[in-house]
Design a protein around this ligand. Structure first.
Ligand code: PAF
Length: 281
């Protein structure tokens, strides 16, 4: 695996490979890699000749400065995992490399950015779009891999590549979970041992909500989820929304259960975790 910090060096290397008709798979990350990230690399290795991963904790997508400062940065550990996972290029740019000057671009997300994460993290998706579009420009991937845990992000990115005509196939990859159901996330390592014991309630509640939805209305299901999470003294729900899987509009009845997704954000002390579940049968 070749580690590159400089965008022009990476562009040169990848141009040589592209000229040899090699396909390029790309896994953008913010590091603190876990099995979920490694599964994206596996998909990429299977479907492409070359796999590129980036590690960059992107300041523009954090609306909370403390969350940005706290975000785990363990590149040396990440490299060890990547050596095993067989990646061809690791791109680790500096902030100056990615944002040499203030990027004032605005994006039209057709309201996909308004609810859920967008509502509670203003500016978050603009930051994601800034960095992902810059990375796509540098890497020029054939395919790019995103986890379904960040369901709204995935939907926003699909929209972004469509509206900006970026020639890349976005490949959604299933959520990976710990044995107790907790969705894998780089933020999990920030949880205290006590907090860690409480957070499996998030997925347990989502799974039970799917059962409840067989008899309860959408609103009753939502209320039940809020009560279930908030009954735990260590957890505080920020939102639970049931939306359709393309427009992310709120679902008000179960007519289209197959396309309904329940998305949740929960605070555990200082840490904020997200997860989601499909309501299909
Ligand atoms: O999902 C993430 O880790 C980040 O939002 C991404 C896509 C790497 C952009 O910084």
């Amino acid at each position: 695996m070749k580690r590159i910090d400089n965008k022009s060096d990476l562009i040169k290397e990848l141009n040589i490979l592209r000229n040899k008709a090699k396909t390029i798979g790309f896994v953008p990350t913010m590091g603190a890699l876990h099995e979920g990230h490694l599964s994206l690399i596996k998909y990429s290795n299977k479907q492409n000749d070359i796999t590129v991963i980036s590690i960059f904790v992107n300041p523009t997508q954090f609306n909370d400065k403390k969350d940005y400062q706290r975000y785990p940065r363990i590149v040396e550990d990440d490299i060890k995992k990547l050596e095993k996972a067989k990646c061809d290029f690791l791109f680790t740019p500096s902030e100056q490399e990615m944002y040499p000057e203030n990027d004032t671009r605005e994006f039209d997300f057709d309201n996909l950015d308004k609810a859920m994460e967008g509502k509670f993290r203003p500016g978050h998706f603009r930051g994601v779009a800034l960095i992902v579009s810059k990375l796509f420009e540098i890497v020029g991937p054939t395919r790019a891999y995103f986890g379904e845990k960040d369901f709204q992000q995935l939907t926003v990115i699909k929209h972004l590549v469509k509206t900006l005509n970026i020639p890349v196939e976005i490949v959604p990859c299933p959520i990976l979970r710990e044995p107790d159901g907790l969705a894998m996330s780089s933020r999990n390592m920030l949880l205290s041992p006590t907090e860690r014991k409480h957070v499996p309630l998030i997925f347990k509640t989502l799974t039970e909500a799917k059962e409840k939805a067989k008899t309860l209305s959408v609103q009753e299901t939502k209320d039940w989820v809020v009560r279930s999470i908030n009954a735990d003294p260590l957890l505080k729900i920020e939102y639970f929304e049931i939306v359709d899987d393309t427009k992310l509009e709120s679902v008000t009845d179960w007519k289209n259960k197959n396309t309904s997704v329940g998305c949740i954000a929960v605070h555990v002390g200082n840490i904020r975790l997200i997860d989601n579940i499909r309501f299909n049968l």
